[in-house]
Write a new protein. Structure first.
Length: 215
């Protein structure tokens, strides 16, 4: 049995990862380890942030003895995700600042709410016509195993930013992001479709192929 601990307290991300990887790996997250310290996400790339989170949680689990207990009789990995939205008309922003886009110009360190981030996105794109609202979601996954170098997997989903939100599913920028080849936003398409075409799904597909070789 493969054991994976996902370095996030975002329940939406954990649910997506479980939905895409299926029931085969035994999956935990930082929600199961509330005392695990937060890792500063101050790298200038998604891959850099993902690696820092995976390696930081791995170090804490090792120091506290959790890793040894969880890894008994199983392949053991820490998985970290860093992902976000890149809008061409904004020079690639919000990028690595996607979670705290509305707070970037302030001294607030915490993530902004989805409503705040989306309001800022709409404000900055107010005068941008539909044909120039191209964008993509990018996901970087970092996988850390004992005595192994951190592995990286990346997935991208191209699309555009709609003029107004639609749909009630998903989270973050999902109500505004319409993937190429579709007329509906991520928030409208539902999990069954999103979990096949999203940036995270594409990165996790690469990860799944790697894990098949391990198991």
């Amino acid at each position: 049995m493969i054991t994976i601990i996902v370095a996030t307290r975002n329940a939406h991300k954990v649910a997506e990862i479980k939905g895409i990887l299926g029931e085969e790996p035994r999956i935990f997250s930082q929600l199961d380890f509330p005392n695990a310290p937060a890792v500063a996400e101050d790298a200038d790339t998604f891959a850099g942030n993902a690696a820092r989170k995976a390696e930081g949680l791995f170090a804490w689990l090792s120091a506290t003895g959790h890793r040894q207990a969880l890894a008994t009789g199983a392949a053991f990995f820490i998985l970290a995700d860093d992902s976000g939205l890149e809008v061409d008309a904004l020079g690639g922003a919000p990028g690595v600042h996607s979670a705290r886009f509305a707070a970037v110009e302030t001294e607030r360190a915490a993530n902004s709410s989805d409503a705040e981030n989306n309001a800022k996105l709409l404000r900055l794109l107010a005068d941008v016509p539909p044909e120039k609202r191209t964008a993509r979601f990018r996901c970087a996954l970092a996988l850390k195993a004992p005595e192994k170098d951190t592995l990286l997997f990346e997935g991208v989903c191209e699309g555009r930013i709609a003029l107004s939100p639609s749909g009630t599913g998903g989270f973050g920028y999902d109500p505004f992001f319409v993937p190429d080849g579709h007329a509906q936003s991520f928030a409208e398409l539902g999990e069954s479709v999103k979990n096949k075409i999203s940036h995270r799904a594409r990165a996790l597909a690469q990860l799944r192929r790697f894990l098949e070789g391990v198991s």
